[in-house]
Design a protein around this ligand. Structure first.
Ligand code: SF4
Length: 657
């Protein structure tokens, strides 16, 4: 009997139209857990580095996390993995909502696509009945529209549908996969789906999911629920409101946008508006939000209600959450009403709400600086809002300059030349980061930006406060009930962290402390992504309900795997290293691990080198960031070092060629 997981994957060959139900090896679950962990193993085994993102041999994996569909609160993530057209490295993007639990109830842990369909199709999974169906009538339809049409066509209102829009069909490098209550947006996974000729996956499942020790498991769930309720009533004092509670940042419920609008950058992440927020803007934006936000909504089995349905007059309703509320508004130097309206169209087209506005603002900046000219923008309106709509249409259709911009700022700048590369200044590993430009280097964030392979900073950070608290009394109060720490030393690190003086940034926390902190934060995210847990209840907020001490119990009682903290840490290290191994094999090296040059005004090149050296050593990687033979052996990944040796990536003395 398999617990928590179903023990079966669906293997779909889109070139041949072949569907197989394949039993998986339970030993792999022990080693790599599930979700991201087993996805990484599959990509390592089956996608050699020669395979291009748009090759039929690239795989597109939709995976439920190990505990998805069990009663674990907020455990609903679908982890979508493939090779990204934008970074050329492994992409793993997450979506919440209801899709993954539904897949589990249908009897599968993953759906693995290979090949390319000669015509547009969608997959219909209805428990044991699985079919590839014609989707030619859905060509060009919006992602949310497609969801509705498929449900109607199948006469199955409860089917969960993940779909791409026009951007995915046209292989826009920042195309998303939308799913009604959530989306997997980062790293162009929607483009790979479009390239495979796959418009959507609909799933309906009515089977049971078994839990190893139900009584114990329910007790753990109730503890988590009680903690969520308590934390919601007792936000953490001394931190900004979006970090004081749980869940995704509560952008749909909170109206005060002083912090975002005055600290994040406007336009192509160049302009900071320090005195933007005033009473008039606050009143106007509150009215806009309250008139268009029809309902606050949650994902499967979660009380947090981080998302909202948005109904802009005259437009179909769509779902929004988090910082996408402001990305279009700020990139276009406009107001909230514009941001909410254009996001509706962008969601239907299926583009990443972080990258798409940055790409459009980048195009306008090139235009204003004479690098692109009027000839590149025939018929473009003169107002900013009109220009954004104009650009969105061209990008998703890959028309004219839109064809270049559809490749994201990194590739577009290379193609445009003429100095355009200086304007693509917000990338790391060829991918648009959050539009933040700060003053003093933060050593913890430096390491996360540099070495993160999830690449999006908001999905790497968490657990440790972003900045020191002003007084020792406040710090003491903070650490008092900080039971989530995996080791007491973290409390001391924080207690001694000062705003000024010897124990302040960038030299404090020390390089060694930064390694511990970054490793802890990253580990929690990787565990979430294997279990299918929402980061909003675990790795992202301070003092979350899920942590290193109760996760092993959840895995033991849920999946029946004998787990403790040491084993869980080792498993997370194993598949985190495997993700790196996939990327190292694809050419990633130290040279790629550089945060955008102007991310901080004050940089410290020597310290940054030291931080990287220390962290690489801490992780068991050599000077180039390649996991060493010894560390791979310790993780049971000898097959990786053998491959590295064969390819000349590692030599026998563990150096690099
Ligand atoms: S915390 Fe928010 S984003 Fe996370 S599962 Fe719950 S409702 Fe969804």
């Amino acid at each position: 009997m398999r617990y928590a997981e179903t023990g079966y994957n669906l293997e779909i060959d889109l070139s041949r139209g072949n569907i197989e139900r394949v039993e998986t090896d339970p030993r792999e679950t022990e080693l790599y857990l599930g979700g991201l962990g087993t996805n990484a193993k599959i990509l390592w085994d089956r996608v050699p580095p020669e395979v291009e993102p748009f090759s039929p041999d690239n795989l597109l994996i939709f995976s439920a996390g190990l505990l998805c569909g069990t009663p674990a609160i907020g455990c609903n993530r679908t982890i979508v993995s493939t090779i990204s057209p934008q970074t050329l490295f492994m992409a793993f993007s997450m979506m919440g909502g209801f899709w993954a639990p539904e897949l589990k109830h249908a009897g599968y842990d993953k759906v693995i696509f290979r090949g390319k369909s000669p015509k547009l199709v969608y997959l219909w999974i209805n428990d044991d009945k699985v079919e590839i169906r014609d989707a030619s009538h859905l060509q060009g339809k919006g992602a949310i529209e497609t969801e509705g049409l498929i449900r109607l066509e199948l006469n199955e209102p409860n089917a969960q549908v993940a779909a791409i829009g026009l951007a995915g069909e046209n292989r826009v490098y920042f195309a998303s996969i939308e799913q009604g209550r959530s989306s997997a947006s980062r790293l162009g996974i929607g483009a790979v789906m479009g390239d495979k000729g796959l418009k959507a996956i609909a799933v309906r499942g009515k089977k049971d999911i078994h839990v190893a020790r139900p009584g114990e498991f329910m007790e753990l769930c109730n503890e988590v629920l009680a903690y969520i309720t308590w934390r919601n009533e007792n936000p953490i004092p001394g931190v900004m409101p979006i970090l004081a509670g749980l869940g995704s940042p509560q952008e749909m419920a909170v109206h005060d946008e002083k912090w975002h609008t005055e600290n994040f950058m406007w336009g192509n992440s160049r302009v900071r508006k320090k005195d933007f927020w005033n009473e008039e803007v606050a009143r106007e934006w509150t009215q806009t939000m309250e008139s268009m936000r029809t309902r606050l909504i949650s994902c499967y089995n979660c009380p947090m209600k981080c998302g909202a349905t948005i109904s802009v007059p005259g437009l179909p309703t769509y779902m929004m959450k988090c910082f996408s509320k402001l990305t279009y508004t700020m990139a276009a130097f406009s107001d909230l009403a514009f941001g909410l309206a254009i996001a509706q169209r962008a969601t239907e087209y299926g583009v990443d709400g972080f990258s798409a506005p940055q790409v459009m603002a980048f195009a306008l900046e090139l235009y204003e600086n004479g690098i692109l000219t009027e000839d590149n923008f025939p018929g473009m309106p003169s107002d900013n809002e009109g220009r954004f709509y104009w650009l969105l249409e061209r990008i998703v259709r890959r028309e004219g300059i839109g064809d270049v911009l559809a490749n994201g700022t990194y590739w577009a700048a290379k193609q445009i030349g003429n100095g355009a590369e200086a304007y693509a200044h917000n990338n790391i590993k060829k991918h648009e980061q959050l539009p933040l430009k700060l003053s003093m280097l933060n050593p913890i964030y430096f390491l996360m930006y540099a070495t993160g392979e999830k690449i999006n900073i908001t999905q790497i950070e968490g657990q440790f406060p972003q900045a020191p608290f002003p007084t020792r009394e406040e710090r003491e109060a903070f650490v008092k009930d900080w039971f989530q720490v995996p080791h007491e030393k973290f409390k001391q690190y924080f207690l001694d962290w000062e705003l000024r003086g010897e124990n302040s940034m960038p030299y404090y926390p020390t390089a060694e402390m930064c390694c511990d902190i970054v490793d802890w934060q990253e580990r929690m995210h990787y565990i979430d992504d294997a279990l299918g847990m929402c980061a909003g209840l675990s790795s992202f907020p301070l003092k979350p309900p899920y942590h290193m001490h109760n996760y092993p119990k959840f895995i033991s009682a849920g999946a029946g795997i004998d787990m403790d903290e040491a084993k869980l840490t080792q498993a997370a290290r194993r598949y985190r290293t495997l993700v790196r191994a996939v990327n190292i094999r694809r050419g990633m090296r130290r040279k790629d691990e550089k945060p955008p040059q102007n991310h901080w005004k004050k940089r410290f090149p020597e310290l940054e080198e030291k931080l990287l050296d220390t962290y690489y050593k801490f992780k068991g990687w050599n000077r180039e960031g390649i996991p060493t033979k010894e560390s791979l052996h310790e993780l049971g990944l000898d097959y990786v070092s053998e491959d590295f040796l064969q390819r000349g990536i590692l030599t026998d003395d563990e150096g690099t060629h």
